[in-house]
Design a binder for this molecule. Structure first.
Ligand code: C2E
Ligand code: CA
Ligand code: CA
Length: 530
């Protein structure tokens, strides 16, 4: 029977000292599967057998069913009373700032409940709660105040929810509350109960958190909730659903909550499936490269091809490249993806050359994020070597999709690309991020500006649009770079662009991006504008 416990014990076990008192230890703790002892009794007996000062090492599962390494030390206190001292040697399930359980503890708890068929995912509801603009506290006061705030907030959440849910801290001022519905309530009843909890939370969190007599901090909170009663296919989906709702709540600077609808949103699910399928689509070459021709406006000769990726998935259907390219950037796969396309194109160019085809320069889209990677040039060199691709066949089209993080590396890499004999084109010029200062800084490395198709689309509309393009073409001349108009769709656009002195054109007026067989046909037979 436990009569008292030390702080290390409460921290390790996840129980409060009041919850542990007068209970049997074996009701609260379980030996981990790979522990050295057969049972908890064995462990305690072993500790009892030893004299003072001897430690037994043990691995135990705590309240969250997370394995914790402890040292156990027994001291006989007379009258058949033993003090067992626990000291924790490893416990990753507790957040050191708030002493609350953390994300590991939450996942362990959920897995434990699922594996032991205690309750199903549909009987769990996850609330993700975050204080808006928490970093302002650290900034305005200091980290000590920030930590105090987090601890007090954790305590408040625990006291508000102790009989309803399991409170953990993820990171910064983001907490989660797992509510277990052990009664298997009907969905509307469970939803009503969750709504009440959220309303109470929103109300209770309007009270400021008192740090000291002089300092009380008021903040707004955003709460996102997974769909009550919905059977998510895994815990991860449930957490993402709650996080997505929290993001919605964050748009309002008041205490606010959003509850997920039972069906995960179509685009969200699709996004997730794309992430899951992408590596396989690359390794199994399900993603194909198509080629869109580029023509010289004056000589009417085919001068280039732009490599554009095409992905048709067996279940998801056609996945647009701008969608999956954005995903590669989000999940950090852009580097591998861009190099994958680069290698495919290099192999193709070498093959065409061996077959005696008159291969035009092939433009490959490379994100800025890829171009500024330290190993970019090394990897490019390796691919060129392995594929024996002559570098004059290759042009890299860069789009400034995100802010430049490593401009030194970027400019070094641009110079190296040039030194290797490849060309560089700036894609989507005239919109978005592709800025004048970029062109100014890197103009020595740049060979071509690609006029964005949104500008080309309007060239025939007004005098202003026409002048706009005219001046970009002039800018190209000043910087000594050629200009290619993208998205040319009509004869009028083409004629006007020729009049304005544009060098090259690409667009549906000539051709869409073509699959391999058709592009071979084009290279073999059709090298001039009809
Ligand atoms: P982008 O580089 O600006 O590519 C041109 C896009 O415009 C292509 O769309 C092309 O099919 C489309 N297009 C070409 N001519 C016309 C036209 O006359 N009218 C209209 N309305 N559209 C035209 P796509 O293939 O859907 O590619 C979209 C974007 O996805 C590309 O924009 C590029 O940023 C990215 N992307 C495509 N393939 C790759 C790739 O292999 N690697 C990387 N990093 N990005 C790629
Ligand atoms: Ca492009
Ligand atoms: Ca473009």
């Amino acid at each position: 029977m436990v009569t008292k416990c030390n702080e290390a014990f409460t921290e390790m076990s996840g129980f409060s000292s009041s919850a542990i008192q007068n209970s049997q230890l074996s009701e609260k703790l379980v030996l981990a599967e790979d522990a050295n002892y057969d049972s908890l009794d064995d462990l305690f007996n072993c500790a009892l057998r030893y004299e003072d000062g001897v430690f037994c090492d043990a691995k135990l599962f705590n309240q969250f069913h997370y394995a914790v390494s402890v040292k156990l030390h027994c001291v006989y206190q007379g009258c058949d009373i033993f003090a067992l001292y626990f000291s924790v040697s490893e416990n990753k399930s507790i957040d050191p700032i708030t002493k609350l359980p953390n994300g590991w503890a939450l996942i362990s708890r959920v897995n434990y409940l699922l594996e032991n068929n205690r309750i199903a995912l549909k009987n769990m509801v996850l609330l993700v709660l975050e204080a808006d603009n928490f970093s302002a506290i650290n900034f305005r006061y200091d980290y000590m105040v920030g930590d105090q705030y987090l601890t007090l907030l954790g305590e408040r959440l625990q006291s508000l929810l102790k009989s309803f849910g399991f409170v953990i801290r993820f990171s910064n001022a983001k907490y989660a509350i797992l509510i277990e519905d052990n009664e298997d309530l009907p969905e509307p009843v469970l939803r009503k109960r969750i709504e009440l909890i959220c309303q109470n939370l929103c109300f209770a969190l309007t009270k400021p958190i008192v740090i000291s007599e002089q300092l009380a901090i008021s903040k707004s909170f955003s709460i996102g909730v997974s769909s009550p009663g919905y059977q998510y296919h895994c815990y991860h989906s449930m957490q993402i659903a709650a996080e997505t709702e929290k993001q919605k709540a964050k748009k309002y600077s008041i205490n606010n909550y959003f509850i997920a609808s039972p069906e995960p949103k179509e685009d969200f699910l699709r996004h997730k499936l794309i992430i899951e399928s992408l590596p396989q689509a690359m390794s199994e070459e399900i993603i194909e490269v198509h080629y869109q021709p580029q023509y010289d406006m004056k000589t009417k000769v085919l001068v280039g091809l732009e490599a554009l990726s095409r992905w048709t998935d067996a279940t998801l259907g056609i996945i647009r490249p701008d969608i999956f390219i954005a995903i590669t950037e989000d999940i950090g796969l852009h580097f591998e993806f861009d190099l994958w396309v680069f290698e495919k194109v290099c192999k193709q160019a070498t093959l065409w050359q061996k077959q005696g085809l008159n291969v035009p320069r092939i433009a490959i889209n490379i994100s800025f994020k890829t171009m500024e990677m330290t190993t970019f040039i090394e990897r490019i060199r390796d691919i060129l070597l392995v594929t024996s691709c002559p570098t004059h066949f290759i042009e890299l089209e860069v789009t400034e999709t995100a802010s430049i993080n490593n401009s030194k590396m970027l400019s070094e890499n641009m110079l190296q690309v040039k030194a290797l004999g490849m060309h560089i084109a700036v894609d989507d010029f005239g919109t978005g991020y592709s800025s004048l200062s970029l062109i100014r800084t890197f103009h020595k490395s740049i060979d071509k500006l690609k006029l964005d198709r949104s500008l080309v689309d309007k060239v025939c509309h007004t005098e202003l649009d026409k002048n706009f393009i005219k001046h970009i073409i002039e800018l190209g001349k000043i910087l000594d770079v050629s200009v290619l108009a993208e998205g040319v769709e009509t004869k009028q656009q083409l004629d006007l662009l020729i009049e304005l002195g544009c060098d090259y054109a690409q667009g549906y007026y000539f051709s869409k991006a073509l699959p391999l067989t058709e592009v071979i046909d084009l290279i073999e037979h059709d090298t001039s504008l009809v």
